[in-house]
Design a protein around this ligand. Sequence first.
Ligand SMILES: [Zn+2]
Length: 112
Amino acid sequence: MTSWRRAAARQLSEVGHTFVFGLSDGRVIDGRRGGNSARFLNHACAPNCEAIETGNRVFIHAITDIERGKELFIDYGLAVDGEITDDIREQYACHCGAPACRQSMLGGSTPL
Ligand SMILES: [Zn+2]
């Protein structure tokens, strides 16, 4: 099992805000192909869900109690290829409002 944070989502810079899930073995799940319900998950620095990789699938697990009708969030922990420029920092700025907001949807080992 690999958490979303360790499995770092990767961004395809050529097509803007299309994301792929990076799996622990190097394969990816491309959000452009067929789509899936994960596209409804927004980013928060203090999320109420996390993505867990099990075999060939990624499951979204609640990590807090979530009331019916509340929005679901995960920490995107985005990784981008190449240099992290000011434009990229701006493009992926976070305004989630959490006390521990790190001001960015980038994460993992990506230098901010
Ligand atoms: Zn935030």
